[in-house]
Design a protein around this ligand. Structure first.
Ligand SMILES: [Zn+2]
Length: 62
């Protein structure tokens, strides 16, 4: 994670979306929840899918 390069950071509620290169050299979009105790994150190959996932994400109640 520390070596990865992210750009186009975008935040929807507690979820941050960033664009990066995945290990195959493709542009990928990661959505990651920053809420404490919520480890949700997911990779998407298109930006819209990542934004949609961020918008519909609900933190899992503990
Ligand atoms: Zn969450």
């Amino acid at each position: 994670m520390a070596a990865a390069r992210f750009w186009d950071l975008f935040r929807i509620g507690p979820v941050e979306i960033a664009t990066h290169r995945d290990r195959y050299g493709r542009t990928a979009h990661v959505a990651a929840c920053t809420a404490p105790g919520c480890d949700w994150s997911a990779d998407y190959l298109n930006r819209f899918a990542a934004e949609l996932a961020a918008r519909t994400h609900r933190c899992a109640p503990r």
